[in-house]
Each structure stands twice: as structure tokens, then as C-alpha cells.
Ligand binder design. Sequence first.
Ligand SMILES: [Fe+2]
Length: 329
Amino acid sequence: MDPSQVKIPPLKDLTIDNITENVILINSLCEDQRMKYVLERLVTHLHDFARETRLSSKEWMTGLLFLTEVGQICSDVRQEFILLSDVLGLSLLVDSIDHPKPAGSTDGTVLGPFHTHEAEEMAPGAAMSHDPKGEPLLVVCTLKDTQGRPIPDCKIDIWETDSTGHYDVQYAERDGPDGRCIMRSDKDGVFWFKAIKPVPYPIPHDGPVGRLLKKLHRHPYRPSHMHFMFEKPGYDHLITALYLRNDPYETSDAVFGVKDTLVVDLGKVDAALAKKYDVQEGIHLMTYDFVLVTEEESSRLRDERSKEALDKLGRKVKIVNGLPIPDLD
Ligand SMILES: [Fe+2]
């Protein structure tokens, strides 16, 4: 870029007090308005953070080396940055902001670092886990919209650990995906499959995020859960999970994912269900009625809540294409 074409004041003699406005000024050449806005706020908060904490060079270098290690341990089957975002509570916060849920719809929760794109689509009733040591579990669910109408043909990605609390990708010598499947809801919005009873497990804590937790005197455990992800054009993408009640980590999830509405009580398969689904009587039963919101409902609610959040900060705005515009009416 030719500096003579840039219509900004010369950037010299910058101080603790004027560095922020000047960095924002040079970044304001960005043509993507949303990116420009996010960068402006990011620089403002980062600089305020350094000014407020009186951050030392040594501390900031410790932070940079930590982030370097987080990046270095990442691979195609390990995502330490998602883990870092999770243990800082940022993943849950962003999901709650970006996927607001009206009353009566299913809450979202953290994706976690173990979703993959290699799950196979399976027929209704298939067994998604092949761990012989897992306690057999029948899962029978329905999927509806907020008006109570069944949602057919939705792609549902489901994943869980084996009975030792490890996901398939955590085994170096594995044959292929296990503990994962893709289901489709039928014409009545029903989907069902065979799985194993989820167990609690520690998030990977042999890397920089684990060392951070140790330093903070935090345990790395997640309560027993099974992940679900719903995708259908016209509906807001739902990433969620079901948690087992009375798990020892129900109220201290290392990644803050548990919500009351997502905690379930397991039942037992009775004789009639055993016959209907061709499974053994007495095995564990998990049932849940999921409710998806449409993209339109979600988008409207997202803008309403953006406006409310900025109102609370004393900024009178309306939201247009994700950007706060001064409300002059
Ligand atoms: Fe998980």
C-alpha cells in the first residue's frame, strides 16, 4: 500500500494515553465493517487490560510463550485453542450470545475439542459405540420446532467417549471412527440409536491448558455427557449435549457446559420398549425432546439482545447487519 494514499495523521510520539486511538485509526482502513468494529473493540479492551493491570514485559512474554505452546501442541486430532477457550468460559459465552434461545427451545452448550467430520451416517437403531465394556443404553429422542411440529430429515451428529472416558481420536492406533454417528430424524421427528452410558472424563491435561488448570487449583473433569449437533437449512445450528443427573462433576464442569435444562435422568427399558426397539429389557434408557429454533427466530432474538446489552452500557443503538448504529430516532 502506498503510504501517501493513506489519509491518517502521522503515527509518532505515541504514549500510554494516545496509543489506543492511533491503533484504532490505522485499523480503520479495513473495508469489512464488522471486522473493523470487532478489531476496534478488541484493541480498546486489550489496551485497557494492560493499562489497568500494569502488565509487565515479563508477564506478557509468559503469556506469549504460553499461547505459542498452545499452538504447537495442536494437530488434526487435538485442538488446544478450543480447550483454552472452553476452560476460560469464552466458548459458552460466545455460544450463548450467538445462538440465543427463546423459552421452550433446547439450550446450546460447548462444542468441545472432540467433534470430528468422520462420523458415518447410520440407520435408525444402529449401535454407535462398539465398546464391549460400556453399559448398554437405548436413546430415543424427538425433534420439533417451537410450534410443536415435528422436524423430519434433520442431520444429527452424535458423539461420546468409550467406557474409559476417551474419545476415539485419543487412541493413536485406531481403525476408524467409534462412539460417533450421524442420524436423520424420521417423518415424525423421531431418531433413536444404541449407545453406552456416558462416563465422566478429564479433558486432555498433559499440555499447556492442563498446566494452567493445575496452577489455578482446578480439576480437569467433565461430567458424564453425550454430544448432539443439529443441522437443517432454515434452522439455527444447535450444538448441545445431555448430562446425567447426580454425576460427581455436575456442578463443577471444567468447561462450564452444564445447564439444568440439559440434565437428564436415565430410565430403564421395560418389556414393551425392549420388544419395540429389539433391545435387552433392563438396559439404560435416555429420552429427550429437542426443540430447534428457526434462523429467523434466532436472528431476531440475537439483534434484540445485542441492543439490550449495549443499552445497559449506555449506548443508544440499533443493530444493522451485526453492527451497532447510533439510534437517532
Ligand atoms: Fe465431551
